[in-house]
Each structure stands twice: as C-alpha cells, then as structure tokens.
Design a protein around this ligand. Structure first.
Ligand code: ADP
Ligand code: MG
Length: 273
C-alpha cells in the first residue's frame, strides 16, 4: 500500500504485480491558473481493473482524461508528467493521437452513441476514426463479438439497422462499450459508466468488466460496492480545501477497504463523508 505523506513526487505504485499497461508518473493538471491535480502517480498493471474513488471534484475525471490525452482538448487546460503506455510516453512528440486512441478507449458517464446512426454503424464508428482496418467480410463478426461482450447482443440482434438513439439508456451505454471494444484497445477508461443506469444494466456492465480479462480497465466510481466487486486495486483521491487533488492512498482493493492506512480513506470507504 502506498501512502502519500510527503510533498515529493510519489513513486509509481503497483498493488498488483506484473507489467504495467499504463503508468502515470507525477501527473499534474491545471485549468488555467488553477492546479487541480498534484503529482499523481499510479501504475495500472496489465489485465487488472483499477478503481478511482473519492469525493466529487477531487480530480478523478481529470486524471482519467490525462490517461488518453483528452485533457489537452479542453481550452486552457495544461498538464505535466508522463503517462507510459507500455514503454513509451503517450505525450512523446512523435506519438500519434490516433494511435493513442486505438490503444486506450473511453466510456463516459452519460451514454453518447450517435443517435441517428444504426446500432451496427455505432459499433464500427471508431474504426475509421482510429485508422483501424477490418475487412468488410469480418465486420459482421466483429459487431456480434463486441455486442456479445457488452451484454447487448441478445437484445439487439434482430434490429441492428435501427438507430442507436432508439435504445434505452442502459442499452445505449452498453452500445458505447461495444463501440469502444471494436477497435480492440488494450486499456479501457470508464468514467462513472453506471451512474445513469438502472440496476439491471449496471449488473450487465459489471459482468462485462469482469469478462475483460485480456484488457486493463480504469474505472471511476462513486459506488463503493461496485469498486469492491469489480476492481483489483483502488486509488483514493482527495482535494482538501483549496488544494489540488492527490492520491491519498492506493493499494489492492482488499487492503484499501479492509485495512486502509489513512484515516481519511477509512472515513470515505465507510461512507463517513
Ligand atoms: P471529479 O471527477 O473527481 O469529480 P473533476 O476532475 O471533474 O473531479 O474536477 C476536478 C476539479 O477541476 C474540480 O474543482 C472542477 O471544478 C475542476 N474542473 C473540471 N473540469 C473543468 C473545466 N473544464 N474547466 C475548469 N475547471 C474544471
Ligand atoms: Mg468526475
């Protein structure tokens, strides 16, 4: 378990052994003059699920956006630090953004399928954007596979040509997961993917995450039961009055929940703030 007691950059940590899929090193982030993340380091080992937990406004979404270069798209937003994908920094000047996006997929809190586009075309929408080539004859199989993995196939197999916007909110979110999976990313970032969903869809999404054993998942969640159910390791973020967000503590999910080293973590995971 790693506890942040100093103001020096934290060493990268891995609660679960194995090679890192993604390694954030001393990542700081600003919106204009305002610093919202301070030297956050976190190793996300390959084939594991990392849950980012903590109160609203502590920088979880911002941190997630630094992991696939979405932060830089926000006007006035800047950052420092490194994010290694395998061996190389996603911020290296030679690194192509489309390549980063192909490796690192993202699912947002609010389902955002292309509403007028068919369910089928929604699944394949990311291929062109990320320059992923799939032969025409293999597309049907890919669409089926991704919808199956996202737990949506049975519900939509007979209406693949209907618009994505005609699905329920929970189905739309699973469609977005299928769309993210279609480019075969190695890492999937999920920002509160279930907070707008009913319990059945939430369960389906959790089952999908559990099945993504070949991938590395980073999920922001406010649901402590969900963090316990789906994650291997947890990082507790906190932004104290006027200060930027930091990781107070990270470790295996069992450690963080059963024997947190910091009182603030204990209070948070036990619902005391
Ligand atoms: P969390 O996801 O933990 O709720 P965020 O990463 O969304 O936290 O926000 C961290 C801080 O950055 C908050 O104080 C928030 O108000 C601020 N913030 C988030 N997005 C923006 C933005 N686009 N412009 C300015 N400030 C922002
Ligand atoms: Mg957020």
């Amino acid at each position: 378990m790693t506890l942040n007691t100093s103001t020096a950059p934290l060493p990268a940590v891995a609660a679960v052994p194995g090679p890192a899929a993604l390694d954030a090193r001393s990542v700081s982030a600003w919106f204009g003059e305002r610093k919202v993340l301070d030297r956050v380091s976190l190793t996300m080992p390959a084939h594991t699920v990392t849950a980012l937990i903590g109160p609203s406004g502590c920088g979880k979404s911002t941190f997630l956006r630094t992991l696939n270069r979405m932060h830089e798209l926000i006007p006035g937003a800047t950052l420092a630090g490194e994010v290694l994908l395998g061996e190389s920094d996603i911020y290296a000047p030679a690194r192509k953004l489309t390549e980063v996006r192909r490796h690192i997929g993202m699912v947002f809190q609010k389902p955002n399928p292309f509403p007028a586009m068919s369910i089928y075309d929604n699944v394949t929408a990311g291929l062109k954007l990320t320059g992923t080539r799939v032969r025409r004859g293999e597309r049907d199989d890919l669409v089926e596979e991704c919808l199956l993995r996202a737990g949506l196939w049975k519900e939509v197999r007979d209406r693949l040509r209907q618009p994505g916007g005609a699905l329920s909110g929970g189905q739309q979110q699973r469609l977005c997961i299928a769309r993210a999976l279609a480019v075969r990313p190695t890492v999937l970032l999920m920002d509160e993917p279930c907070s707008a969903l009913d319990p059945t869809s939430t369960r389906r999404v959790e089952e999908t995450i559990a099945d993504l054993i070949d991938m590395t998942v980073v999920i922001v969640t406010h649901n402590m039961q969900q963090a316990r159910r789906v994650s291997d390791q947890c990082a507790f973020f906190l932004a104290e009055e006027g200060a930027p967000g930091v990781i107070v503590e990270s470790g295996s999910t069992a450690e963080v929940f059963e024997s947190p080293a910091d009182e603030r973590t204990a209070d948070y995971v036990n619902g005391r703030f």
